[in-house]
Design a protein around this ligand. Structure first.
Ligand code: ADP
Ligand code: MG
Length: 253
């Protein structure tokens, strides 16, 4: 199997505060990789590093075999230019806790925006694809609806469709259901499960342990900027080896 994401000793600090203290992990192509851990443990920061929203300070981070944020010449590293970063980011879809759709655009307009503006896809083609994606997330009848008229769960499903419209090779989810009313969580998880079954490589930061157990291929427990424990979700969730994992799970399960 090839690694879609590979982290080797990844460090990230904000000023004097070290948030990621040497992360080593591998996400295989096609797998659903779940990341759990207490608030402040560095989960979002790690996703943001993968997605070029933050630059790491030490170590190596690769997506699809290519360095993230840096270009290597000989044994020297150079920071990528913003224009290079922008090109790389097209291949990675990200869904946040807050749906952050463009409020002044309909669901369909939200979905076609990036393909048309960034990739130069024709409007007609982008619309057709958007229609298919809306159908895929169960919202075929909401193409002309504005975000404010959609429930949180529907907005989140549009956000997933919007990310998929760019044909990403990797999807990052940062607590995608945490801000939702409980009765809306299931529909979003169903869409994610469907996406997993289609073979998409996904990194999912979540507190939904049921999802991690049923859909996840790997699970990592992070605390204090390090990977404390990792393995198959069933094993980690039913038989955690470390005190910190046990203590965390006893609070969320
Ligand atoms: P998690 O997603 O696991 O809750 P985060 O990655 O959001 O954790 O945050 C980890 C730590 O990094 C927190 O202490 C947070 O305050 C700090 N942090 C995150 N982003 C920044 C930033 N841009 N500047 C300063 N500190 C930050
Ligand atoms: Mg977070």
């Amino acid at each position: 199997m090839t690694a879609m994401v590979k982290a080797e000793g990844v460090h990230k600090s904000f000023g004097p505060v070290e948030v990621l203290k040497g992360i080593d992990l591998e996400v295989n192509t096609g797998e659903v990789f779940c990341l759990i851990g207490p608030s402040g443990s560095g989960k979002s920061t790690f996703l943001r590093c993968i997605n070029h929203l933050e630059k790491i300070n030490a170590g190596r981070l690769y997506v699809d075999g290519e360095l993230v944020g840096y270009r290597q010449k000989g044994d020297k590293l150079y920071e990528m230019k913003d224009s290079e970063v922008a090109v790389k980011r097209r291949d990675i879809g990200m869904v946040f806790q807050r749906f952050n759709l463009f409020p002044h655009m309909t669901a369909l307009e939200n979905i076609i925006e990036a393909p048309v503006q960034v990739k130069g896809v024709s409007k007609a083609q982008a619309r057709e694809r958007a229609g298919q994606l809306l159908e895929r997330v169960g919202l075929a009848d909401k193409a002309g609806t504005y975000p404010s008229q959609l429930s949180g769960g529907q907005q989140q499903r549009v956000a997933i469709a919007r990310a998929l419209a760019m044909d990403p090779k990797l999807m990052l989810f940062d607590e995608p259901t945490s801000a939702l009313d409980p009765e809306l969580v299931g529909d979003v998880l169903d869409v994610m499960r469907d996406l997993a079954e289609s073979g998409m490589t996904m990194i999912v930061v979540t507190h939904e342990m049921g999802f991690a157990r049923e859909v996840g291929d790997s699970l990592v427990f992070m605390d204090g900027g390090v990977v404390v424990e990792s393995g198959h979700p069933r094993d980690v969730l039913t038989d955690p080896q470390h005190e910190r994992t046990k203590s965390f799970l006893s609070k969320v399960l």
